[in-house]
Design a protein around this ligand. Structure first.
Ligand code: HEC
Length: 119
């Protein structure tokens, strides 16, 4: 097999692998807040923690200023009480990192003292 041919098949395998990898688990481009939002809504975190992590529906507030990604990952794999656990086959580490990026992107609300309510 010539060097050129070998190179081509390596490129083809790499291309195929990329095609077969679900978008959400591609780590090459790092965590994405946009994908995190989609996952957060699709998998249902919002039902208990609110669409912007504001809580408290039945789960506590998650944002702004979320826990570090390692803490969120550890928590959702083995929650303490009411919250259902999410195993890796349901929610990958990359998807958890996306969710963390989403929670981190949520801005702090205005200070009550700075609003008309504070007057
Ligand atoms: C059925 C409701 C429910 C769903 C769905 C849910 N949670 Fe929770 N979550 C809770 C409750 C209730 C707690 C408080 C502790 C407990 O009961 O486990 C909690 C606690 C947490 C905590 C710990 C917060 C802290 O400050 O200690 C994190 C992080 C968290 N949830 C993230 C998530 C993420 C991310 C998702 C989606 C993958 C999710 N939760 C889905 C109900 C839920």
């Amino acid at each position: 097999m010539s060097y050129f041919r070998l190179n081509l098949s390596v490129a083809a395998i790499a291309g195929l692998t990329l095609l077969m990898t679900p978008i959400a688990s591609r780590a090459a481009d790092g965590p994405s807040a946009e994908r995190g939002y989609e996952t957060y809504m699709r998998i249902g975190c919002f039902q208990c923690h609110g669409t912007v992590g504001q809580g408290p529906i039945s789960g506590p507030r998650l944002a702004p200023n979320p826990l570090p990604v390692e803490a969120i990952r550890a928590y959702i794999r083995a929650p303490a009480e009411v919250m259902p656990p999410y195993v890796e086959s349901v929610l990958s580490d990359a998807e958890v990192a996306d969710i963390h990026a989403y929670l981190e992107s949520i801005p702090e609300g205005p200070n009550v003292e700075d609003t008309i309510l504070g007057d």
